[in-house]
Ligand binder design. Sequence first.
Ligand SMILES: Nc1nc2c(c(=O)[nH]1)N[C@@H](CN(C=O)c1ccc(C(=O)N[C@@H](CCC(=O)O)C(=O)O)cc1)CN2
Length: 296
Amino acid sequence: MAKIIDGKAIAKKLRAVVKAQTEQLKQKGVIPGLVVILIGNDPASEIYVRNKERAAEKVGVNARTIKYPASATEAEVLAKIEALNQDEQVDAILVQSPMPAQFNSEVIQAAISPAKDVDGFHPLNIGKLFANRSGYYPVANTPRGIMTMLKHEGVALAGKNILVVGRSILVGRPMFALLERANATVTLAHRYTPIDTLKLLAQQADVVIVATGVVNLIQGSDLKAGAVVIDVGINRLADGKLVGDVDFSSASQVASAITPVPGGVGPMTIATLLQTTVELAGQHHDIEMEQAWQNI
Ligand SMILES: Nc1nc2c(c(=O)[nH]1)N[C@@H](CN(C=O)c1ccc(C(=O)N[C@@H](CCC(=O)O)C(=O)O)cc1)CN2
């Protein structure tokens, strides 16, 4: 039976470190400021945004949400982003995904100043990540949170065979870059990967990370014995139950460690968002931040 990786508990430890960092910044007169832009009325997004605000308040980050109706225009949101880019009180900006159909997410993401791009979706920050540039730049919070979880669990990555399933800008692509940077051999599978190929790749992988939104895509019988399984999927079934992209009951019989849904990757996304917010505030005010989170 696999060890269940407790994302909630790791996120709690990370938030405690972030809170201590926020207090250090406050002693220097800096209150980290986060603005979340929510467009439309996607019920899940409303919950995530509320959870971000609550978590921010607990660690001392000054967070606020700016809401737009689903009928909002790209021009009005772009004008607001431009004003926030100029606002000295704002260190971090994000626009919650998904956005309504009339929005071009590439245009919106590129409009946020790279120095305030707390999601790490700006092409400049993505380019730096893929080029493995030195220096500080924000990286997408879900894959970064997964790296923190893997480190916390003592999962060695160098030289390991890792399969990432899903190639979104939120998870799969930055996950690939972070793992490659950690000297793993990484395969990125996606919707055009034939299912037989996917299963063969999964059987060879020491670590499998799945972010597709397809319920039960990966079964225990697909996995190598002792693999580490990270399930990023959040799928709500007709009966209201939340499940991931991995069949937890069969996979947990074969894996050595596995993240549950809920309570796995999700809580790490929000804790890591706060971590990135505080780091961006430190950058803006030229304050060196101790990387204490590495030892959580
Ligand atoms: N601009 C962004 N949009 C979205 C991101 C993102 O990182 N930036 N990620 C997701 C949504 N998300 C954060 O924004 C998020 C999703 C899920 C959770 C979470 O804690 N999930 C819980 C279950 C919650 C539930 O009941 O639904 C869990 O897994 O335990 C946190 C954050 C897409 N959009």
